[in-house]
Structure formats: C-alpha cells, structure tokens
Design a protein around this ligand. Structure first.
Ligand code: NPW
Ligand code: ADP
Ligand code: K
Length: 499
C-alpha cells in the first residue's frame, strides 16, 4: 500500500471530487459515515460520547459524525473549539444541519471546557491533516484537558496537533489517543517510534478515494499489507527437488553465543532452504550437530571464534547460493579477517547482521566491498554505528535512504514497523509484529529467514519485504497463542507459516 504526503492526499481528495465526481460535502458525509461504521462496531450506545471539533474540514467531519451517531441513538455532546474567527465551507454546512438537532457548546476560553468523565468516549476532530503550525491558545488548553482525562479517546484521521509527514517540536501539545481512525491511507507519521503516544492503535477506513489517482502517484513510501506479502510468496512446483531451493551457508557463533547460530540455522530450515551448511567455531560443533541435525556443519579451525578456516578446506564461498553472516560471531580479529575475505570473494547478495555490522562500522573500508543488493539488518543502535546520530525520525529515514542508495544495498532497519530501504531509495514499512519480539534471538531468526529466501532465488527486496513480514506474523501468532510477554525466539521460528 502506498503512503502519500499531505499534499498528495489533498490532490487525491480533489481528483476524487472532480473525477468520481462527488461534491466535497458528500465526500465528507461518506467519510463520516465510514467512521461511524467503525465506531459502532466497537462502542455501544451505552457509552456517552463527547466530541471536540475544530473549524476546518476535520471539524466538519466531526459535526457530521455527531449527527449520524445521534441518529443511531448515541448520547453525544458537541463542543466546538473556537480557536480562530473563520470556518471552512463544509464545516459551516454541517454546523447548520447539526444546530437544528441539538444545542452546541462553544469553547472560547478555558472555563468553557467541560469536565470529561471516565466512562465517556472522546472523539477528537479538532485538527486533521491541515495542521501546519504548533497548536496554541484555547485549542492547546482543550488538548491538554483531553490528555489529562480518564476517558478513551478516538482521533478522526489523525491526532490533533500531530503533523502527518514532518517532525513535531519537542514542546508541541498533541492529543494522545487510544485509537486513530484514518482515511484511506496511512500517514508516514504513524510509523515512526517517537510518535507512538500520538497514534495509539490505528485503523484505516476506506472512503473510496480514487484508486486510479493512487495508482498513478509516485511515492518512495510503502506499507506492506498482508495481501501484498502473500502475493510475494512462491508456491512449490510438484517436480521440485532440494536442489531447486538453493544451498545456504551461515557463518555464525562464537564461544558463549553458539545459540545465535542455532536459532539462525533452525529459522533458515523453517523457511524453505534446500540445503544448509553452518560454519561455526569448533566449540559449537557438537551443539549444532545435535540441535540442528538437518544442517551440515563445518567446524572452524579456531576453537572459540570464526576464522573462516576449516580442516576440511577453506570455505568455497562461491559454491553457495546465499550466505548469511553475523549472528553471535563477536568481533575477534580472526573474524574481521574472515569477513574481509568473504566480502572480497563472494559476488552474490549476502545477509549481514549483528557483529558483522559492527565489524563494518569499525572497518569502514569494507563497506565498498559489499556485493550489491546484499541485505543488512541493523537494529537502530547498529545502524547509528554504521552511519551517524539523527535528530529525529524523519532525519533517520533520510539517512537510511541515502545509505541504501549509496552502497546499492537493502537495509532492514529493525523495530516496530521495521523500515526496509532499497537500492532505488524506496522504503517499505512492515505491518506485522508486536513488542513480544523485543527479546534476545529474534534478530538471529530473521537472518536465517532472509538467507533462506535469497537461497531460493527471491530477489533481495522481495526477500526482505516477505521475510520481515513473515517473521512479524510468526510473532503475532505466538502473541495470540501464548501472549507477548513470554515469547521466545524459538517460539517465533516454530510459528513460521509459509502458506
Ligand atoms: N479534503 C477532503 O475532501 C476531505 C478531507 N477530510 C478531512 O479534512 C481534514 C483536513 O481539513 P483541513 O484541510 O480543513 O484542515 P484541518 O486539519 O481541519 O485544520 C483546519 C485549519 O486550521 C488552520 N490551522 C492549521 N494549523 C493551525 C494551528 N496550529 N492553530 C490554528 N489553526 C491552524 C489551517 O487554516 P489557516 O489558519 O492556515 O487558514 C487549517 O486549514 C482531514 O484531516 C480530514 O479529516 C475528510 O472529510 C475527507 C475528505
Ligand atoms: N516493538 C516491536 N514490534 C515489532 N517488532 C519488534 C519490536 N521490537 C523488536 N522487534 C523485532 O524483533 C527483532 C529484534 O532483532 P534484534 O534487535 O537484532 O535482536 P537480537 O539481536 O536479540 O536477535 C527485529 O526483527 C525487530 O523488528
Ligand atoms: K483529529
């Protein structure tokens, strides 16, 4: 699914109005009705509703929502925040209609702000995507009151005070909703860590804006939907054999961190690889052969760390369809040498994770040796070591995009809504996953998954988008079955489902 900028969404509204065609006021009515459908499916008429609206089209939506909810039997008190002397046309139209049905409360100064009780639902329609400067005056006081109140808060389109696609200032006053119900497409601001309090659970509702315009509009930002992930998944052919699905090599583990290798190896096998070889330090040999009997194991000549040498022979890197390196490897000089040789000799895309990334950060000259379309999977700290500190989440996205473009690689910046940057400069945000995944070893599982997908012939962007989605989905399955808190990386790899 595409993510558009505020300006593009405004054009999308205009295009829909002209080409459907539909009058703006009817589009507002459709948006309001769709919001009400969402609302009534969750909250019964037993909850009193307090609606706060501004004077623009977000406020107009709010007034239309109030009218429809009233007609459906909800008890609703409407508060209009008079922060300016002018209203939008569609606001005024809905204002006239609603005034015929009920009394409206106007808030011009703080003592007009009503008390909000704990069993009430607040609908926030003060500002929407038209906000372009920090909120102050009476609107600010109202937002502060709502944030202090014990009630549940539902924001229409976007929390009032939050910018959809640019950073807010540190002192900005913004609604902290329980839910955001947004029109048609997600806003980029919903996907960024520092905005989490200002988004809550968010839901997209389809108000039937022009599909054609969305299809034609270019954007670097995408949000992976379940349907899109499913379309990437290839089914197995009847006459396939294990050679069809590639031979992967994982370079993993060091003394005390062989478990990282076990997790990556098991995840790789659970993700459809044809054959798997694991090279690990000698101390990991017995562990790996026991814990992952399906994998072939090459003991490194070094007892405790990876050196890339083996009694059998040096590693014939070029014989492997895909290689994953990093989980648990540490940063010993022998391992740094191995990484240098690997990057110099192997020409296909690699998956590079964990301490392999830290070694890159410490040996910058290695960066230019990385094969094009390799997948790097840093968490934010590893990414900062590879690049630089950022001022805010938007700045971080720019650094991410530039980095992927400069080295022609895919960068999987992990976290909630993992951001996958492509060599072309696009960013795909993931939609699956939950905080249960914030536990040691889940990153190693991801490395195994991505290596398996590359081995099976998925291109790097497909592998990253699909692999990250399936990893999060497995976490969601575990979350549903046994809760998020006790989730382990082993649970996640066992829950992988490729159908
Ligand atoms: N277009 C469509 O067809 C559809 C749109 N829809 C809805 O419209 C919403 C966008 O509406 P909107 O553009 O009227 O802006 P909105 O967020 O209500 O703000 C109102 C005005 O406030 C002003 N202002 C800005 N910052 C300010 C500040 N800090 N303090 C004080 N004032 C400030 C600024 O006006 P200015 O003062 O700059 O002239 C701004 O224009 C969107 O979120 C969705 O809910 C849906 O109905 C679907 C169809
Ligand atoms: N709050 C969260 N929501 C969704 N996914 C998360 C969250 N926290 C962590 N994850 C996922 O868990 C994984 C953690 O990886 P990483 O930090 O490398 O852990 P480790 O090094 O312990 O294996 C990543 O895939 C990340 O996207
Ligand atoms: K709002």
């Amino acid at each position: 699914m595409k993510i558009l900028s505020v300006e593009q969404i405004r054009q999308l509204d205009q295009y829909t109005i002209q080409h459907e065609p539909i009058a703006p006021i009817n589009l507002m009515e459709r948006a309001a009705q769709t919001f009400v459908d969402w609302f009534t499916a969750r909250f019964t008429t037993s909850y009193p509703v307090k609606l706060f609206c501004g004077l623009g089209n977000n406020g107009g939506d709010g007034l239309a929502i109030a009218r429809i909810l009233m007609q459906q039997g909800y008890t609703i008190e409407v508060n209009i925040v008079r922060y300016a002397p002018r209203e939008s046309d569609d606001f005024m139209h809905n204002h006239r209609r609603l005034k015929l049905l009920t009394t409206l409360n106007y808030i011009e100064q703080p003592n007009n702000i009503p008390a909000i009780r704990h069993n009430e639902i607040v609908i926030d329609a003060i500002f929407g995507s038209g906000l372009d400067r920090p909120v102050d005056g009476i609107a600010k006081s109202v937002i502060e009151t709502i944030n202090r109140a014990p009630a549940k808060v539902v924001s229409v389109d976007i929390a009032s005070g939050l910018y959809p696609d640019k950073p807010n200032g540190p002192d900005d006053v913004i609604i902290e909703p329980d839910y955001t119900v947004t029109f048609q497409l997600p806003k980029i601001g919903f996907l960024l860590p520092r905005n989490s309090r200002y988004v809550g659970q968010w839901h997209i509702i389809d108000i039937k804006l022009s599909k054609r315009f969305i299809d034609q509009t270019p954007t670097p930002y995408f949000y992976t939907t379940p349907e899109e992930a499913r379309l990437l998944l290839r089914q197995r052919e009847r006459f396939s054999h294990k050679g069809t699905f590639g031979h992967a090599l994982l370079l993993v583990g060091s003394y005390g961190k062989i478990g990282a290798g076990v997790l990556a190896a098991r995840a790789c096998l659970r993700s459809g690889v044809g054959l798997l070889t694991v090279q690990a330090p000698r101390c990991g040999y017995a562990v790996l052969q026991t814990a992952v009997p399906e994998a072939m194991c090459r003991p490194d000549t070094h007892q405790y760390v990876l050196s890339g040498q083996s009694e059998i022979e040096g590693i014939p890197y070029e014989e492997f369809t895909a290689i994953g390196v990093g989980p648990g490897i540490g940063k010993a000089p022998e391992t740094a040498n191995m990484l240098r040789t690997l990057l110099s000799q192997y020409r296909n895309p690699l998956v590079i994770d964990a301490d392999a990334l830290n070694l890159l950060a410490e040996n910058r000259d290695l960066m230019s040796l990385i094969p094009e379309h390799s997948i790097l999977t840093p968490h934010p700290k590893e990414f900062e070591r590879l690049t630089q500190k950022w001022e805010n989440d938007y700045d971080k996205l720019e650094i991410l995009c530039d980095f992927a473009r400069r080295y022609r690689i895919v960068v999987v910046l992990k976290g909630a809504h993992t951001a996958i940057a492509t060599p072309e400069g696009d960013i795909h945000f993931n939609s699956s996953g939950n905080p249960g995944l914030s536990t040691g070893g889940t990153g190693d599982v991801l490395t195994g998954i991505l290596t398996a997908l590359l081995a099976q012939g998925y291109d790097s962007v497909e592998a990253a988008v699909l692999g990250v989605y399936q990893h999060g989905l497995a976490g969601d399955l575990v979350g549903r079955q046994r809760g998020q808190i006790g989730m382990t990386a082993t649970d996640v790899l066992d829950a992988l489902r490729w159908s």
